[in-house]
Design a protein around this ligand. Structure first.
Ligand code: COI
Length: 364
């Protein structure tokens, strides 16, 4: 049965001039819309008390389990405005399915797909004015559904009180420099996830575990860390917040296979599908860091790019490790394949190219 939402409108929405100033240069994750969705779960009532309410702090007891044991998951999607004013999102059922897999891994309750989709619709409907205009380049409204253990209890067991929420934030380019190539540091001290761990789940703990490597990357003048497998420190996994693709001169488009420790990116999956439309040969398999280095040196690998909902497609310009570095292509430029994939994906998302895979979902 569809959820009944109690809607409490904010009396003091941000003034239009201020909102438009934010939308003109949104950055990423800095400003939030006027409302949020909140729902509660317990074993007796299941999901209940669905609310759309003014955006604001959540009240948590200091003993809330999430603050101690990190029982938390999240998702990331974007809402795009099309030329005719309608607002759409991209493959939200894939996000709902991954949210369900993440919930199972973190011992959180399942949230039905329809409830997930309805929560997005409710929030975007009330905060529609926050969706950037169709002319606003790659800007969109980033949607962040999340679920966490809100029960006040310090015993280590799955929480019996859980909160689900959705917040939204206008988003431009994820990296402050815009869409210019990023530099990657190969982390040899830190792994992001291990076999049997939570690497495939979208849980906050994975991102916390990536931060020390991120500091190491910054200390070496790099934008991001690339994580290798935790057993052999040899196989490329992902960047922590993005998946990775290598472009070969012969038309192959290679990405590390999903091993259980890599996030199953919706953008990653979409690019594997789009590759076929673009006459590229997608391959999911193990890729060693040596294959990457040697492939660039021999000219076999012509481009590399990172991808994710937030980052879309971001070219890799430089690969750096303890004692060495490699430049990928002419400095400061994106390769033609990354460029084509990026513009195709954005074109579909913004309604400018045909949605032949039936990926778009109307929100408003
Ligand atoms: C996304 O691309 O949506 C992510 O979740 C990556 C990052 C912002 C955490």
């Amino acid at each position: 049965m569809a959820q009944q939402f109690t809607v409490t409108e904010r009396p003091d929405r941000l003034a239009e001039a201020e909102r438009l100033a934010v939308l003109a240069d949104p950055g990423f994750g800095k400003t939030f819309t006027d409302h949020m969705v909140v729902a509660t779960w317990n074993p007796e009532e299941g999901w209940h008390d669905w609310q759309v309410k003014p955006y604001g702090p959540l009240e948590l007891d200091p003993s809330a389990a999430v603050l101690h044991y990190a029982q938390e998951i999240f998702e990331g999607l974007k809402a795009y405005r099309h030329e005719d004013g309608s607002v759409w999102t991209f493959r939200p059922r894939s996000n709902a399915a991954r949210f369900a897999r993440s919930a199972a891994r973190l011992a959180l309750p399942a949230l039905p797909e329809e409830a997930f989709l309805e929560s997005l619709k409710q929030l975007v409907a009330i905060d529609e004015a926050w969706v950037p205009g169709a002319e606003a380049g790659e800007s969109s409204l980033y949607l962040r559904p999340f679920m966490f253990a809100s029960e006040s209890f310090l015993g280590v067991r799955p929480a019996l009180g859980v909160t689900y929420s959705v917040i939204a934030s206008p988003a431009g380019a994820y990296f402050s420099g815009g869409v210019k190539p990023v530099s990657l540091w190969i982390s040899q001290h830190y792994s992001r996830a291990g076999v049997g761990g939570t690497g495939a789940a979208k849980c906050g703990g994975n991102y916390a575990a990536s931060l020390a490597a991120q500091i190491e990357a910054s200390e070496h003048g790099c934008d991001q860390s690339v994580f290798l497998d935790s057993v052999e420190q040899k196989w490329i996994e992902e960047l922590g917040g993005m998946n990775l693709f290598l472009v070969y001169a012969d038309g192959r488009l290679v990405t590390p296979a999903l091993t259980g420790s890599i996030l199953e990116g919706v953008t990653r999956d979409s690019i594997l599908e789009l590759a076929k439309d673009l006459d590229l040969q997608p391959e999911e398999r193990r890729v060693s860091i040596d294959e990457w280095r040697e492939g660039v040196e021999s000219g076999q690998i012509t481009e590399a790019f990172a991808c994710g909902t937030a980052a879309v497609v971001t070219p890799v310009g430089r690969l750096v490790w303890e004692g060495g570095e490699l430049a990928m292509g002419p400095e400061g430029t994106a390769g033609p394949v990354a460029d084509k994939i990026r513009s195709t994906l954005l074109g579909i998302q913004k309604g400018q190219l045909e949605d032949s895979h039936d990926w778009l979902f109307r929100l408003v």
